[in-house]
Design a protein around this ligand. Structure first.
Ligand code: ATP
Ligand code: MG
Length: 643
């Protein structure tokens, strides 16, 4: 049992991992934080656990805001994820355990994955792909997607993975921005029993893109006409006679490993650039320590490879650590709402890493679904992507973790590359709703606009005050945007764009995006706080709050709320919810407006897009919607805006 050790006041539960968990934990000595005070020594020691062709000359060269980590060192990410595991018993250990939406399965040992990657890397080389050429990957969640990523890194071609749910327009923008000449895709993918026409989207995207040399198509569904003309080739035909003898290219530590565009929650996506040595050091260390990785774990990260979480904690971190990764193509509700729990039971998953949006959805459906399955194999849970409402944390802990599994709430960004703030489950106590404390070797603070640390409990902004190994190096092709966006607020300190508070124990509480912090009569209120209060109400499944201009107060709070399954909207519910928030947080946080709605506008990674709600509430034209998951959610909301 993980033990609840105090209940000091409302929403201030503190949990500690069980004695048993701590006893076996990889990191159980709190002295690690002290040890990592010497940041550079800590990261240098961590880097030395990777395989290098040549050792670095310097640990860090820092010309703000440009960093070089392990400069002069030579290594290869694909080599670190594959070749180096082949000498010992890991060679025959499963690297990937895959289940498709349609129920087909595949297992690939490290030896087999290495074989596939070497072959495909050779194929790419034979097609003329050279070190430094950007390759676009637009794939479903199938093993070939991982093969494609690692084949690119094997030959030093940076990949740019575009989420498979994106439209032709989003693909085109990213291909053009990255000046990519090769696209790897599939004929189609499966989603909720339907066929997603991926290649068709690529064809549409490539209209008007002059520079494309080749489109490589994996046969997933069996659409025979997916390959046409000179430009297109089938993956399986290229692989048929390919040799598996493609050695890994020696890359500089600072060579680009990949470009990845952010989720677009706050605006136009940015092409975030990550390099090789520091990134791999950061993701392998955080993956191992935060997920308490053991040799026989079956690790499942539900994120799509199109997001940074998929890059760092589905591919590079776990494979560099020699873990068994479970890869799933489908969705939690197909064919039934217990699919995740069925898979955990079937494969004996021990670590589950998912997002608050998924957890809130499971809560909305109710606990009968997980209760049908045996989830006893689980020993550790994680979340990422948005602040987790304490109510959702407690639900996850109880109904998925059996009150036995610690939960690591991990705060980080596409830009940070690696987890920056999180508990170490064998050491750090956990508070539902707080992402805990900075990882060893990471320096984070909450500052005000002028760069002063705020008082405990006061709202400020997350700052990273020292460079870290997996940090972005720039925005692709746009150093100015890099400087302005992240380094323009305070000299030499990274501006993350999130509002947060710190409590008396030094715990970080993320309360929303900078733009989402609401100012009511001079009081700064985080969207996460009001939303969490709403979600605590038994009728509410999800909530999103925004600040709406108000003549007297400056801003007033408007809330959009969806109800749990089976709850009918009562006439007095809106008032009840308003009073509920006032009782939980104080009269100042009482929403002026609450709108009940069927859906909230979300990005395709499942995050609530509050800027769209602001546009709706203020009656403005709605800004960029290319990253929106479901346009119909907005149409329904616009009716509210007109009321
Ligand atoms: P864009 O930058 O294009 O607007 P995005 O910020 O949603 O999109 P990501 O890099 O995928 O793109 O998300 C990082 C953001 O997600 C963080 O800045 C933070 O707002 C939020 N986030 C991630 N993890 C957590 C967490 N554990 N707790 C609270 N917020 C989190
Ligand atoms: Mg962001």
């Amino acid at each position: 049992m993980s033990k609840e050790i105090t209940l000091s006041s409302e929403n201030k539960h503190v949990f500690q991992s069980s004695e048993e968990f701590r006893k076996d934990a990889l990191i159980s000595d709190p002295g690690i934080y002290q040890k990592a005070e010497d940041r550079l020594a800590f990261w240098e020691e961590r880097a030395s656990t990777l395989s290098w062709f040549k050792k670095w000359d310097t640990v860090l060269e820092w010309n703000p805001p440009f960093a070089k980590w392990f400069n002069g060192g030579k290594l290869n990410a694909s080599y670190n994820c594959l070749d180096r595991h082949l000498a010992g018993p890991r060679a025959d250990k499963n690297a990937i355990v895959f289940e498709g939406e349609n129920g087909d399965t595949q297992m690939l040992t490290y030896k087999e994955l290495h074989h596939e990657v070497s072959k495909f890397a050779g194929v790419l080389r034979s097609l003329g792909v050279k070190k430094g050429d950007v390759v676009t990957i637009y794939m479903p969640m199938i093993p070939e997607a991982v093969v494609a990523m690692l084949a690119c890194s094997r030959i030093g071609a940076p990949h740019s993975v575009v989420f498979g749910g994106f439209s032709a327009e989003a693909i085109r923008d990213r291909i053009n921005d990255a000046k990519s000449k090769i696209v790897i895709t599939a004929d189609a993918g499966y989603r909720r029993g339907k066929v997603l026409p991926l290649k068709e989207n690529v064809d549409e995207a490539l209209k008007g893109v002059a520079e494309i040399d080749k489109v490589i198509v994996v046969r997933r569904v069996g659409l025979d006409n997916a390959v046409q003309g000179e430009r297109d080739v089938w993956y399986h035909e290229l692989m048929k006679d390919a040799a598996a003898d493609c050695p890994a290219e020696e890359m500089d530590a600072e060579d680009i490993l990949f470009i990845l565009y952010t989720s677009g929650t706050t605006g136009k996506p940015k092409g975030v650039v990550h390099t090789t040595g520091g990134y791999l050091t950061g993701v392998s260390t955080t993956h191992q320590y935060i997920f308490d990785l053991k040799e026989n774990d079956v690790y499942w990260c539900t994120a799509d490879i199109g997001w940074i979480t998929g890059h760092s904690y589905l591919v590079y971190g776990p494979l560099a650590n020699g873990a068994t990764v479970f890869l799933f193509e489908g969705t939690p509700d197909y064919p039934a709402k217990d699919r995740y729990w069925e898979l955990i039971e079937k494969y004996g998953v021990t670590i589950l890493y998912t997002a608050p949006t998924a957890i809130r959805t499971f809560m909305k459906w109710g606990e009968s679904y997980p209760q049908k399955r045996n989830l006893n194999s689980l020993r550790l849970l994680g979340t990422v992507g948005e602040p987790i409402n304490p109510e959702a944390w407690l639900w996850y802990h109880k109904h998925i973790g059996g009150e036995r599994c610690p939960i690591v709430d991990t705060w980080w960004q596409t830009e940070t590359g690696m987890i920056m703030i999180s508990a170490l489950p064998g050491v750090t106590d956990m508070k539902p709703g707080s992402c805990s404390v900075p990882f060893p070797g990471v320096k984070a603070e909450i500052l005000n606009r002028s760069g002063q640390p705020v008082q405990n409990g006061e709202v400020g902004f997350v700052a990273i005050t020292e460079p870290w190994p997996a940090m972005l190096r720039t925005v692709y092709g746009d150093d100015k945007r890099y400087k302005d966006t992240y380094w323009g607020t305070w000299p030499d300190r990274y501006f993350a764009g999130d509002g947060a508070k710190i409590d008396e124990d030094g715990y970080f509480w993320i309360i929303g995006r900078v733009d989402d912090v609401i100012n009511v009569s001079g009081h700064r209120i985080g969207t996460a706080e009001v939303e969490s209060a709403l979600v605590e109400h038994p009728a509410v499944a999800e909530a999103a709050c925004i600040g709406k201009s108000h003549e007297v107060k400056g801003q007033a709070i408007a809330a959009f709320v969806t109800l749990r399954e089976g709850v009918a909207a009562r006439e007095d519910l809106v008032n009840e919810l308003k009073n509920h928030v006032a009782a939980k947080i104080g009269a100042i946080a009482k929403p002026d407006e609450i709108h009940l709605t069927e859906e909230l506008p979300k990005t395709r990674s499942g995050k609530i897009i509050r800027r769209i709600l602001r546009d709706i509430a203020e009656g403005r034209a709605i800004g960029d919607t290319t990253t929106l998951a479901d346009a119909s959610a907005v149409e329904a909301l616009q009716q509210i805006g007109k009321q």
